[in-house]
Write a protein that binds this ligand. Structure first.
Ligand code: M6R
Length: 607
């Protein structure tokens, strides 16, 4: 996720406004900053790694001249956060500048084609292919908008882009596919930005671009066409009525809720991983004598879910280990044949990095899965994958869990293929199911939130929760419990349901709240037995199960019904969503701030 902002105005320099706009988009990314303007017909760019204010002060960006410009705040997905990889990127002659938010899946093919035509690239980004493609198209003597249109037709993936060129210095061309982009119009100035709050201080008239649309903006307004066929789209501006304060969290009262709702988008991005890195990690996983999944908190729960998927799909045994325990538990046996897959949203968690350092000293192979390009984990890993969920600001990790599980599931699929563990039909079916997950999560958000609110209202005074699941759902239960614990402070336990009779059942008394995660699948019959055990002791049963699952519904006091046909092995992703919402709604009812849980920090970088 990155933030983009463009502005053309009748007179005066745009750079100070672009910086203001970018600062309102900083929640979308903050590892590099860059601005391009056209000053006396010449394209000028200032950019570097670092937060907006630091880079702006260092490079005196506010003093840049020109009444047209574009700016970018980056959250790296391809290429480390440094000056070269910061946006804007240019063509070979420094005449076309592009900023981009999204992921270009086929950039390696496009880059190779351009390299064969003699283009030179300077960055490691996927974005850089765009100005080069436009440059190629403009050789055919077409204008900037048409050249951009033609270039975008060749791109697979997602984008919101703004293009500025000294060859046509009175316009900005912008377009979107899956990444957001909005235009703003006022007298004598036209804006484009990743979201409306960035524009709101200057105008309340906005036009939301839709997927597959391209707009050309100038001081007089805008023209929209469809990328696919160039046909013109008529759309009048709409007025926005909300305030800046409401807008920062995009109308959501808290970052946690905003991030829960972002999951369909973040998951679509997590399905756009670079093939060659997936292959590299898969090859390492295949080679290891033993594979440890090392992580903390939510990332550990993703690893527990991942371990079920690896063993069932790829027949690979993996050991999920809490990172703070790794060195004492396995430190003296880990060695040259061991693979450590360290999973960490931040890539900076102290305990995880300590386990990684120890493993490297003993010549083990360290692989990484993180959300943060340029983090310590990416620097110390032999190979790594980026989960691609964009910045997560809420201390309670939400989109992290779903993204990491989805990435681990993709790795398992690849490994299954490499090892010949699944038939072609099974591989195809599993792959198709993976791609349905973002839409399913969207449906779950639409259909369960109101129900969760009702349940939260009835559970608000519960003094103890027990979360239970069987098989892979035990990971979902653990993650649901962590969410509840960290933002509501209500004592709670989570166990694999079969283990509950070996101890936890002793705490059950009348009206103890018992949350059961019960997708359809191999564990279904057994979870019914576990529900009956708890019900017999007076527990209140709250079940998350498939719609019309009468056997579960008949035993439960409260039910959250989920869409049908979710494969059990992928169920942690959609099934965690109501539990995230339950924790959130209970925190709100208890008048607690879910974004600021006590005693917790987003990234735990201390021993
Ligand atoms: O950045 P990491 O994924 O390494 O962070 C690990 C934990 O600190 C983190 O998941 C923490 O438990 C969250 N607050 C959970 O919501």
């Amino acid at each position: 996720m990155c933030g983009i902002f463009g502005l053309i105005q009748r007179s005066g320099d745009v750079a100070p406004t672009i910086l203001e706009g970018l600062s309102r988009l900083e929640y979308r990314g903050y590892d590099s900053t860059g601005v391009a303007t056209i000053d006396n017909g010449i394209l000028k760019i200032r950019k570097d790694a670092g937060k907006i204010k630091d880079v702006a002060d260092r490079l005196h960006i506010a003093e840049m001249k020109g009444s047209i410009g574009i700016g970018h705040t980056r959250w790296a997905t391809h290429g480390a956060p440094n000056m070269i990889n910061a946006h804007p990127h240019t063509d070979q002659h420094g005449k076309i500048a592009v900023i981009h938010n999204g992921v270009i899946e086929n950039f390696l093919e496009l880059k190779q084609e351009l390299l064969d035509k003699g283009h030179n690239f300077v960055s490691k980004t996927d974005t850089e292919v765009i100005p080069h493609l436009i440059e190629e198209e403009m050789k055919g003597e077409v204008g900037l908008a048409e050249a951009t249109l033609r270039s975008l037709r060749r791109i697979k993936g997602s984008y919101a882009v703004c293009v500025l060129s000294s060859l046509e210095p009175n316009k900005i061309v912008c377009a979107r596919l899956e990444s957001p982009l909005v235009l703003g119009v006022s007298d004598g100035a036209t804006y484009c930005a990743s979201d409306a709050p960035a524009i709101r201080p200057y105008t309340n008239k906005v036009v939301y671009l839709r997927n597959g649309e391209l707009a050309t903006i100038d001081v007089n307004g805008y023209k929209i066409v469809k990328v696919a066929d160039g046909s013109v789209v008529e759309r009048a501006p709409e007025e926005i009525t909300w305030s800046i304060e409401m807008a920062e969290k995009q109308d959501f009262p808290h970052y946690m809720l905003k991030e829960i709702y972002e999951q369909p988008i973040s998951l679509r991005n997590s399905l756009r991983l670079q093939e060659k890195y997936m292959d590299l990690l898969t090859a390492f996983l295949d080679r290891g004598k033993e594979v440890f999944l090392v992580s903390a908190g939510t990332s550990q729960h993703s690893c527990i879910a991942g371990s079920y998927i690896f063993s069932q799909i790829a027949r690979l045994t993996t050991y999920p280990v809490v990172s703070s325990e790794f060195v004492e538990r396995y430190g003296s046996t880990v060695g040259i044949d061991s693979i450590i897959l360290a999973v960490s949203q931040s890539g900076e968690t102290y305990d995880t990095l300590k386990a990684v350092d120890h493993s490297r000293m003993r010549a083990a192979t360290v692989l990484g899965l993180t959300n943060t390009v340029g983090s310590t984990l990416t620097r110390v890993s032999r190979a790594y994958l980026i989960q691609q969920s964009g910045p997560e600001i809420g201390v309670a990790a939400t989109k992290t869990f779903t993204a990491q599980v989805l990435v681990l599931a993709q790795l398992a699929l690849r490994l299954a293929k490499l090892r010949g563990k699944l038939s072609q039909d099974e591989l195809d079916e599993y792959g198709a199911n993976l791609h349905k997950i973002p839409d399913l999560v969207e449906t779950v958000l639409e259909t369960t939130h109101e129900r969760v609110k009702e349940i939260a209202a009835r559970e608000k005074d519960s003094r103890l929760f027990l979360f239970l699941g069987r098989g892979i759902s035990s990971a979902t239960a653990m993650e649901g419990r962590l969410k509840l614990l960290e933002i509501t402070y209500v004592p709670s336990l989570a166990y694999p349901a079969g283990e509950s009779k070996h101890g936890p059942i002793s705490i059950i008394e009348k009206d103890t709240s018992c949350v059961f995660v019960c997708p359809r699948g191999e564990t279904h019959a057994e979870i019914i037995g576990s529900i009956m055990e708890m019900k017999a002791r007076g527990a209140r049963i709250i079940s998350i199960c498939e719609e019309e699952d009468t056997s579960i519904i008949g035993l439960s006091d409260e039910v959250i019904e989920m869409p049908k046909s979710i494969p059990e092995l992928l169920s942690p992703v959609p099934y965690i969503v109501p539990l995230q919402l339950l924790a959130y709604e209970l925190a709100i009812l208890k008048k607690l701030d879910p974004d600021k849980p006590r005693n917790l920090a987003k990234s735990v970088t201390v021993p």
